[in-house]
Design a protein around this ligand. Structure first.
Ligand code: ACO
Length: 318
């Protein structure tokens, strides 16, 4: 028994903020942001839009593409670091929004690796026979945890959601999936605020050592990509499309170069979406499926890396 992706969907909030618009609010420039990150614009959620709302739009599109009804979904996982509430989980809120009854529903918190973590877990549920169809979503409103006075971080992120429906199949869809974490690197990327006594204590904004993150990300994306390929006895040349987490175009280019994958085989959305954390991989996947680049039978290497630190990869046949 295997699991296959049978439908993809995504959603971006309507409000597009260009680098030039950001430069009117913080001391930055279009040229600085483009040359260091490749980012040209980002979508930002409206004040009343939450992760579960973005997730519901993306999930609905994925379920329509898959041709499945809410009754068929036997598992809901949402990868997010920006949940609607402390609890209930965003997955439970999403489940109710979609009219899915009784299936298990829970969030996965692995920051920008969240989608590959959630996909791996869902694959194991489907392969074990626990459910025939699983909904896996990455949804984020990172704009809520950014310090809009910190030009070193606020220019890098955007909001959005992406989703896939997995179905049981006798043909392999997810060929291999590898996850890792190393909590000793927690300090280079974190949002260390806490809620205590009814108040937020500590720093509730995202903080990052950009250069340390850059070096770590490129190293582990190369290593974990090779690890996933080795499990399948595949080489980088067998990969039709590389979809790494969309943090920064220079990280994407360096990763592709290290892996020996031609840049023309990398799906890039960071220019238009910026970094949408757990949403970035399913957003990029959906975009490339819908614009016809990704075709049935092709092999896709998905790779995530994020706070924790966490990282992982999945080799998926569409
Ligand atoms: N606009 C203009 N100037 C800026 C900005 C900005 N938005 N941000 C920082 N600067 C300035 C700094 O103040 C500094 O000025 P100084 O030399 O006068 O002190 C100068 O630019 C260089 O700053 P650095 O932080 O050293 O810039 P760097 O070349 O490292 O680029 C960047 C920063 C783009 C964040 C880079 O480190 C990077 O790409 N890191 C990867 C991190 C990343 O993508 N994180 C995303 C989240 S993590 C994840 O998703 C896995």
């Amino acid at each position: 028994m295997y699991s296959r992706i049978i439908g993809t969907g995504s959603y971006l909030p309507a409000n597009v903020v260009t680098n030039a618009e950001l430069a009117t609010r913080v001391d930055t420039s279009d040229e600085w942001i483009r040359s260091r990150t490749g980012i040209c614009q980002r979508h930002l959620a409206a004040p009343d839009q939450t992760s579960s709302m973005l997730a519901a739009e993306a999930a609905q599109r994925a379920m329509t593409a898959a041709g499945v009804t809410p009754e068929q979904i036997g598992l809901v996982i949402v990868a997010t670091s920006t949940p609607d509430f402390i609890f209930p989980s965003t997955a439970c809120l999403l489940q109710a929004r979609l009219g899915i009854k009784r299936s298990p529903a829970f969030d996965v918190q692995a920051v920008c690796s969240g989608f590959v973590y959630a996909l791996d877990i869902a694959d194991k549920f489907v392969r074990s026979g626990s459910c025939s169809h699983a909904l896996v979503v990455g949804a984020e409103v990172f704009s809520r945890i950014l310090d809009w006075n910190d030009r070193g971080t606020c220019v890098l992120f955007g909001d959005g959601a992406g989703a896939v429906v997995l179905a049981a199949s006798d043909k392999p869809g997810i060929h291999a999936s590898v996850l890792h974490a190393d909590g000793s690197h927690a300090g280079i990327l974190s949002t260390p605020g806490q809620i205590r006594g009814g108040k937020v204590t500590g720093d509730p904004f995202l903080r990052m050592d950009g250069q340390a993150v850059f070096k770590f990300a490129v190293r582990v994306l190369d290593e974990v990509g090779r690890e996933a390929l080795a499990i399948c006895n595949m080489r980088p040349a067998d990969v039709d499309w590389l979809i790494p987490h969309q943090a920064n175009v220079r990280i994407l280019e360096a990763t592709a170069k290290k892996l020996g994958i031609d840049p023309s085989h990398v799906v890039i959305t960071v220019d238009r979406h910026a970094n949408t954390s757990a949403a970035s991989i399913p957003l990029a996947l959906d975009l490339a499926v819908r614009d016809g680049r990704i075709k049935p039978g092709q092999k896709i290497l998905l790779e995530g890396v994020g706070g924790g630190f966490t990282w992982g990869a999945a080799l998926v046949e569409m």
